[in-house]
Design a protein around this ligand. Structure first.
Ligand SMILES: [Zn+2]
Length: 398
């Protein structure tokens, strides 16, 4: 098959085009694989997501282009409808999506060019999807260096320098210093951003740096001895700032404070919350002590059912205190019938084997747990706890 004519190399701003259908094959899942004689749909490659859009037939019926890929120079469009080989169709790419990709990608070039000229690191990975734009560099970059580079990139954007995409001759190429991610063969396409970067790249870019609008670094993380930098350009940067602004104004409303006091307010709330938790825990202990003092001392076995959220230390102190006065099994269940229970059971002065209780809970109620003859602990799935305690009383027979 003849290679597809790549219209995005003739004009990266071309959003509509006419073409002839070369072939259309069923994908088996309701989708179709369509090859056109020429296309403006840029295929997924070099870490960049593909163009999407529609293809319209003569009778104005449309199929959607869900994805575009390239192999051996042949571009395939995955569509949600069939087209007829030989027919002339009209393609329209989702240009807002494409232009955004051009902005992100050109921003990445300037950033990577500056990283290389200032720090000597290579861009060893690039990912441009609808949810993120990340670049991986071969060495570590400090926070202050990131800030500096971010500013220089934005200066380059404000300078509105030309971005030139071209195919140099072998001779020109031999005398050129350019960035390249892999050993390239065939016609090498060079993207020159005047004063900032020269790089081999196959993707569409904006014509002048000013079209990028803005580049914002939103995250950095260490990555295989280097660093992964997440950026957003153009409208995506604006949308990000919008979401940040919304978050901040929600926090301001919630905390009834000024933007400059949000951090202090949240810090104070966290401190207050920790202090209240401490108070709650000691009040709980006091309440439990009071409850324990009022249990009939002549009882041999005692099983308490408490609300969810008792911590292990409180459960331990409950069963230990019970066992000082009651000779049989002393247990506590913390939880609810719906969500299940955590439990702890010790044997009092009569030295009965707590393992018997574990056996009942495991056999009859699918409990997970275990322990020693004098103490068991574990958890129960959702149960009727009154039935469980009744079953224990009947089975242990006292
Ligand atoms: Zn590129």
């Amino acid at each position: 098959m003849v290679k597809t004519r790549e219209l995005y190399y003739e004009d990266q701003y071309m959003s509509c085009f006419d073409s002839e259908v070369i072939s259309c094959e069923e994908g088996g899942d309701g989708s179709f694989y369509v090859v056109l004689e020429r296309t403006a749909f840029f295929p997924e490659q070099g870490g960049q997501s593909s163009d999407t859009g529609i293809i319209e037939r003569r009778d104005k019926s449309k199929v959607r282009v869900l994805h575009t890929s390239i192999q051996d120079g042949i571009i395939t469009h995955r569509t949600d409808g069939a087209l007829t080989p030989g027919e002339t169709v009209h393609g329209e790419i989702d240009f807002e999506h494409r232009f955004s990709n051009m902005q992100q990608h050109t921003g990445e070039h300037i950033f990577s060019g500056i990283v290389r000229s200032r720090l000597g690191y290579e861009n060893v990975g690039f990912h441009l999807s609808d949810s993120e734009v990340t670049m991986d560099y071969s060495g570590p970059i400090s926070e202050s260096e990131i800030k500096e580079i971010e500013l220089i990139v934005n200066r380059a954007i404000w300078e509105n320098v030309p971005v030139r995409c071209w195919f140099p001759s072998d001779e020109e190429l031999a005398n050129m210093d350019y960035r390249s991610k892999k050993e390239l063969s065939g016609d090498i396409r060079i993207v020159t951003i005047e004063g900032y970067d020269v790089c081999a790249c196959c993707a569409p870019h904006v014509r002048r740096s000013g079209e990028i609008g803005l580049l914002k670094v939103i995250k950095t993380s260490s990555n295989k001895g280097g660093v992964r930098v997440s950026i957003l350009c153009g409208k995506r940067a604006l949308e990000y700032l919008d979401s940040q602004q919304k978050l901040i104004s929600n926090l301001i409303g919630l905390l009834t404070t000024g933007q400059d006091k949000i951090y202090e307010s949240v810090k104070r709330l966290i401190g207050e919350n920790a202090a209240l938790r401490g108070d709650l825990s000691s009040l709980r202990r006091e309440l439990i002590d009071y409850e324990l003092e009022n249990i009939d001392e002549t009882l041999s076995d005692v099983f308490l059912v408490k609300e969810d959220g008792l911590d292990g230390n409180i459960m331990k102190s409950i069963v230990n205190k019970l066992s000082e006065k009651h000779g049989g099994y002393c247990g506590v269940f913390s939880g609810s019938d719906d969500k299940g229970y955590r439990y702890m059971v010790v044997s009092g002065g009569d030295n009965r084997d707590a393992g018997n209780i574990q056996q009942i809970l495991s056999d009859e109620y699918s409990a997970r747990g275990g322990g020693k003859p004098n103490m068991i602990q574990g958890s129960l799935p959702s149960v009727n706890i009154a039935d469980v305690i009744e079953k224990i009383r009947v089975k242990t027979g006292q």
